[in-house]
Design a protein around this ligand. Structure first.
Ligand SMILES: Cc1cc2nc3c(=O)[nH]c(=O)nc-3n(C[C@H](O)[C@H](O)[C@H](O)COP(=O)(O)OP(=O)(O)OC[C@H]3O[C@@H](n4cnc5c(N)ncnc54)[C@H](O)[C@@H]3O)c2cc1C
Length: 373
């Protein structure tokens, strides 16, 4: 049912306008509202808060379809989940009751703010601070490259509450779009996923109520790690949906394009290219599905599975989309055909939510621990 609904939205709403939204760098508000109306916004939110009550596997199924249409649009949906996970993972019952129902219905939209100018892979370098003043936290600092910034209603952000405590000195907070002292930077101009919105979050003596602290003070990085472990299969499946779309375009084209009096698919060199694209993506899909199911079943042991599937699937998508441009050759390089956008969109998947080098570090560290047991 999830796949059918997501597929219909993709075919009828996303694919027809993806090139225009990419060209105009326009945020897909209407499509995201459609997704909400179709009851897909709360796939991963518990039923008691108005959600579908699913887990990572359910969101993966929807994201795979959306990414087949447009990774920019799918990224906006994925980042909404990313911004919501900290509340699901560590929020109090009162916080969940306040924010999850409007997020589940699609009325609210979320974003996740960790990265700063000098803190990318090394999140421990964040400079944003939160200081308790009476019944309010006062935030100061700037977050960079935040997906959905300027479009979301709520932001789950990380700030230092005690610098002397190192990794245990960070905490997470919910910031609402209308909070005093909170504003956005200009929209970034990007290589790909241009339908998504990427901006700075700027906090200048931004005052928020005391109860916007997510979980306990000092647990910010723990919540961040759990959040990313949950969300990375979502990025991995964007890669699978994207690579599937690139393969579909390539096979269709190869059957139609005539050179030397024959469709180019009759040349073994082209067939092998297509075969490798299909084999690699089928393997990636299997790994992501398995990781998504593993995460739901083993919430305390998810880092390795989550990072493995992100690395593998996103590297596959980069290769498959590049090969798709090769199959379409000169036509593939032109904006008139969708594969050049697919290749541009693929690159970010190897970068955001932790670069693929960092994912390999995680897998390596987990192996080291496993073999010490
Ligand atoms: C379009 C876009 C959207 C984004 N959306 C969000 C968002 O919604 N929220 C958010 O918080 N952030 C977001 N980000 C930030 C993203 O997660 C970071 O860009 C990413 O984590 C990498 O950080 P960096 O770009 O500063 O690279 P750096 O950390 O500066 O890395 C540079 C290079 O060094 C390598 N490197 C660094 N450290 C190591 C190491 N220890 N071992 C091996 N290699 C290493 C990296 O792999 C990379 O190749 C977004 C970024 C982009 C571009």
């Amino acid at each position: 049912m999830i796949v059918d609904v997501a597929k219909q939205i993709t075919d009828e709403k996303i694919i027809p306008c993806r090139a225009e939204l990419d060209e105009k760098e326009e945020f897909p508000s209407d499509i995201l509202l459609e997704i909400g109306k179709a009851d897909l916004a709360g796939l991963y939110i518990q039923e008691e808060y108005g959600g579908f009550g699913g887990g990572i596997f359910e969101i993966v199924l929807a994201l795979e379809q959306f990414a087949r249409g447009c990774v920019g649009i799918a990224t906006s949906f994925a980042a909404n989940a990313l911004g919501t996970f900290p509340i699901i993972i560590a929020g109090s019952d009162e916080m969940k009751a306040k924010y999850l129902p409007p997020l589940a219905s699609g009325e609210y939209f979320a974003a996740f703010g960790l990265t700063e100018a000098n803190a990318g892979s090394d999140a421990s370098g964040i400079q944003t601070t939160a200081v308790l003043d009476g019944d309010e936290w006062v935030l100061n600092g700037t977050k960079q490259w935040i997906t959905n910034a300027g479009e979301a209603n709520i932001y789950t952000i990380v700030a230092m509450t005690d610098r002397n405590k190192g990794a245990r000195g960070a905490s997470m907070f919910v910031v609402e779009d209308k909070d005093p002292g909170f504003s956005y930077g200009v929209k970034e101009i990007k290589l790909g996923i241009r339908a998504s919105s990427t901006r700075e979050l700027i906090f200048k003596d931004c005052r928020i109520p005391k109860d916007r602290l997510i979980g306990r003070k000092g647990t910010g990085f723990i919540t961040v790690m759990k959040t990313l472990d949950n969300s990375r299969p979502g990025i991995a499946i964007l890669a699978v949906g994207l690579a599937q779309a690139a393969l579909d375009e390539s096979v269709t084209y190869a059957k139609q394009r005539i050179q030397f009096g024959k469709p180019i698919i009759s040349f073994q060199a082209v067939q092998h290219l297509l075969a490798d694209m299909a084999i690699q993506n089928e393997a990636a899909r299997a790994l992501v599905y398995q990781a998504a199911k593993h995460i739901s079943a083993h919430p305390k042991d998810m880092s390795k599975a989550s990072s493995m599937c992100k690395v593998f699937a996103t590297d596959v998508a980069m290769k498959v989309t590049t090969d798709a441009v090769q199959v379409l050759a000169g036509y593939g390089y032109m904006r008139e055909y969708p594969v050049e956008k697919m290749m541009r969109d693929a690159k970010i998947l190897q970068i955001y939510e932790g670069t693929n080098q960092i994912q390999r570090n995680v897998v390596g560290q987990e192996l080291n621990k496993e073999y010490n047991k």
